[in-house]
Design a binder for this molecule. Structure first.
Ligand code: SAH
Ligand code: SF4
Ligand code: F3S
Length: 451
């Protein structure tokens, strides 16, 4: 922990906080937990940035544009009357560029990394005395041991069970911003799951940068993997749905695949990024698996659970990617046939090996490849959505829709479904699918209680 120079703007303790999270689901989870922590230390949630006297930007460093957004957001903090809220920068940009932010952005009072945010109340107290503070430690104590109990939840909740990454894909900042792979203990996860269910959660999504690398020891002293944890969660009353993300192909055990065949609450969805279909590029990315290993995992998953929806992540324009390599990516997409997928232009990240590799690809080439790849993925996604047309399926209602009398819910395959119903958010209902667009489904209520 280090002090920066004093900020004359800050002299009072903030009372109303606003947390703005960018990036992945784990950052969303961290954002919720930071909010709960500030709430339990006597502050109140503000309705918007403008009403807050502490704004916490929970940042993402994964691609260049994510970082740019943060700096422009910092620039907008000064208000018309010349005042500015206390400003804390948290998350992966804070971890990677803490000192740099301190130098570049005078508006920032606190810089706090993803493994140190449990210290926020203390950092805020110091900032309120006019100090500028930076804490990007990766301390031995776990933030999870100090954070307050989970509070009121919507029907679908995140639960971080594993954090950090030891895989060191050559393009990726995550091993540097989140640190080494750590699994939370069995009992801590089970306790948090029970607390989430008591607080209203019907669905829990287990989170980790490599969630399927989770290992632990159950209450009888037996070694368990993620599948063991999922089986234990399956036995919790009040929980209806279990999901997990993101998985790495190398940690996709036979046990976890089998769980998809016989754990009732485990949803038929597998997000398994491959990034490229080219053997050469997979090696250059240090993905530590080849194309066929990946395809075989998908085949196994489909053998035990034929209706499983497969999702992935793709990067186009990794250094050295030729037309031929790119064609291999299109081909693996055709072979796997995805229900949905995320795809990105390669973004050189400071400090990663790929950033200094030769043969960086021109932006126009990346733009065109991304367009072609997304065109193919969109066709597949639309086709997948249409397979639900006319079927009766269970939906968890998650939030109000745009129009009165509508709710938005999720199908077992993670599709967004607009349902005509006045039933409350949190209800698990059977619906008949009446329309299937590229990005969402439409439905009418069939039964109030899903089986
Ligand atoms: N741990 C997960 C996801 C990590 S980040 C995994 O290994 O699958 C989420 C996605 O962002 C990655 O899957 C990758 O597709 C993308 N990504 C990561 N670094 C990137 C970079 N430098 N440029 C472009 N996309 C990147
Ligand atoms: Fe990044 Fe690779 Fe780790 Fe995923 S597995 S977080 S892409 S280094
Ligand atoms: Fe972004 Fe950090 Fe998540 S870089 S994607 S917020 S782990």
């Amino acid at each position: 922990m280090a002090g920066m120079t004093a900020n004359p703007d800050q002299t009072a303790s903030p009372k109303r906080y606003f947390v703005k999270s960018y990036g992945c689901q784990m950052n969303a989870y961290d954002g919720e937990r930071m909010g709960e922590l500030l709430g339990s230390s006597g502050m109140e949630a503000a309705g918007s940035v403008d009403e807050a006297d502490l704004v916490l930007l929970n940042t993402c460093h994964i691609r260049e544009r994510a970082v740019d957004k943060v700096y422009s957001e910092i620039g907008r903090m000064r208000r018309e009357d010349g005042s500015s809220p206390m400003l804390a920068v948290a998350g992966c940009v804070a971890q990677a560029e803490g000192a740099e932010i301190g130098r570049r952005a005078r508006e920032v009072d606190i810089v706090v990394g993803p493994q140190a945010y449990h210290r926020l109340p203390e950092l805020i107290a110091r900032a309120a005395k006019g100090e500028r503070v930076i804490d990007t430690d990766m301390p031995l104590e776990s933030k999870f041991d100090v954070l307050p109990k989970r509070q009121r939840q919507g029907p679908s909740a995140f639960l971080t069970v594993q954090e950090g990454c030891d895989k060191f894909c050559t393009y990726c900042v995550v091993p540097y911003t989140r640190g080494a792979e750590v699994s939370r203990p069995w009992a801590a996860v089970m306790d948090e799951a029970r607390a989430l269910i008591d607080a209203g959660a019907k669905e829990i999504t287990l989170l980790g940068q490599n969630v399927n690398a989770w290992t632990g020891t159950d209450e009888t002293g037996r070694e368990q993997g993620l599948d063991g944890l999922i089986r234990a969660l399956d036995r919790l009353d009040g929980l209806a749905r279990i999901r997990y993300t993101t998985s790495h192909p190398m940690d996709m055990t036979e046990g976890l695949i089998r769980a998809h065949g016989d754990v009732e609450k485990l949803m038929p969805f597998l997000h398994l990024p491959v990034q490229s279909g080219s053997e050469r590029i997979l090696r250059a990315m240090n993905r530590s698996h080849d194309r066929d290993t990946y395809v075989r995992i998908i085949e196994r998953a489909r053998a035990v659970r034929p209706d499983i929806a497969v999702s992935g992540d793709f990067i186009v324009g990794f250094p050295g990617e030729t037309d031929r390599d790119f064609e291999d990516s299109l081909q693996i997409i055709r072979d796997v046939d995805y229900a949905m997928a995320f795809s990105f232009k390669y973004s050189p990240r400071p400090g990663t090996p790929a950033a200094t590799m030769g043969d960086q690809i021109a932006d126009e080439v990346m733009t065109e490849r991304l367009r072609l790849l997304q065109e193919l993925l969109n066709v597949q996604q639309h086709r997948f959505n249409q397979t639900t047309l006319g079927r009766r399926i269970p939906i968890l209602l998650e939030r109000p829709g745009k129009k009165p009398g509508q709710k938005i819910g999720k199908s077992p395959w993670l599709q967004s479904v607009v349902v005509d119903t006045d039933l409350p958010v949190g209800a698990l209902v059977e619906v008949d699918i009446t329309s299937a667009g590229p990005n969402s489904l439409g439905a009418t209520l069939a039964m109030e209680e899903a089986a």
